[in-house]
Design a protein around this ligand. Structure first.
Ligand SMILES: [Zn+2]
Length: 341
């Protein structure tokens, strides 16, 4: 047989048998610790070096909230912007905060109600649903960093060739992989810096930080939360699945792939490391890149992990009628409620 279909299937099956054997040989606690350490290693470490202090460059009054722009850095020689949305009338006490992570698109402005040039986006929102604005309108502070590789954080060498280039994921991911690092590792280092910053703000209750990420931002949200216990409640939208049914079945951006992850666990077990923290999984019934069948398998496995830990009520699921997009019909309120407890 010349075609490798059956051989590839066998490779996956044999790998999963090995994973099952590893699981049987370890205690649950040991496995959780090992997987967390492995994740840190596989995504690669980014050297920090000398970092400049945060600088606020903009403060704008918007309907119901104030929007600030802060410039941060997690790696010497590389800065990033983040929007901070602060609800009006928040001077009385410290408020919960949410780290809001966008997926593929033009960056944080896409979730903070703006067009790429920073002007207000008055048209109906796209798949990101201006979700940072939806959250601040529910009374929580939001920090929305610009994920590297998108919008104004695309490589100049990409935008000079094509100003409409969708992202710089490919060139950044391949170089970092060849250096034994990953684009996820760099993105996570910056997101953790964003968390450092938001907990330092006097308006924020540092014990009440949540995270919400969509699509590629879902990958970043769960990874950041596994590695950073300051993130107390998590919403993953348009991401939860099995590797086999999503990134191994459909052509996805290279930034979704971390070499070696599958040799330790399938995606639901990685996401299950968030147990027993409150977790909300949202997915569209007609999301064809993170398909329903894979979502249902992942949901069942993650539910099993929560059940075994006696934390079944801390997992909430919403499979909504829609595609690869945010719904928010239950997840926004759920997240705000979790952080107000
Ligand atoms: Zn990408």
């Amino acid at each position: 047989m010349f075609q490798a279909d059956a051989w590839m299937e066998q490779q996956y099956r044999k790998n999963m048998e090995k994973v099952a054997q590893q699981t049987r040989e370890q205690s649950k606690e040991q496995r959780r610790r090992d997987l967390t350490d492995v994740m840190r290693k596989l995504i690669g470490e980014i050297e920090t070096g000398e970092l400049p202090a945060p600088v606020i460059t903009e403060r704008v009054s918007c309907p119901g909230y104030t929007r600030e722009r802060v410039i941060l850095s997690a790696a010497e020689g590389l800065e990033f912007g983040a929007y901070i949305l602060i609800p009006d009338n928040c001077s009385e006490k410290a408020l919960p905060a949410v780290l809001a992570i966008h997926g593929h698109g033009y960056g944080s402005r896409e979730i903070a109600g703006m067009l790429p040039d920073g002007t207000a986006d008055e048209s109906p929102p796209g798949i990101h649903q201006h979700f940072a604005v939806q959250l601040v309108r529910r009374g929580v502070i939001v920090i929305a960093p610009d994920v590297v590789g998108f919008g104004e954080r695309r490589l100049r060498s990409d935008t000079e060739k094509n100003p409409e280039a969708a992202s710089s994921c490919y060139r950044m991911a391949v170089q970092l992989m060849m250096l034994g690092k990953t684009l996820t590792g760099l993105r996570i280092a910056e997101l953790r810096k964003a968390v450092d910053y938001i907990v330092s703000r006097p308006e924020v209750d540092s014990a009440k930080i949540g995270v919400m990420g969509f699509s590629g931002g879902g990958l970043l949200a769960y990874t950041a939360a596994v590695l950073d216990e300051r993130l107390k409640a998590i919403v993953l939208t348009g991401y939860t699945n099995t590797y086999k049914d999503s990134i191994l079945a459909v052509q996805h951006c290279l930034c979704n792939y971390t070499p070696g992850m599958l040799t330790y666990a399938e995606l639901p077990e990685w996401i299950g490391l968030l147990c027993p923290r409150p977790l909300f999984l949202e997915s569209g019934l007609h999301d064809f890149i993170f398909p329903e069948a894979g979502f249902r398998k992942a949901e069942a496995e993650i539910q099993h992990i929560y059940n075994q830990a006696g934390a079944s009520e801390r997992l909430t699921v919403d499979l909504f009628p829609g595609g690869h997009e945010i719904s928010g019909r239950k997840s926004y309120d759920w997240l705000c409620q979790q952080l107000r407890k």
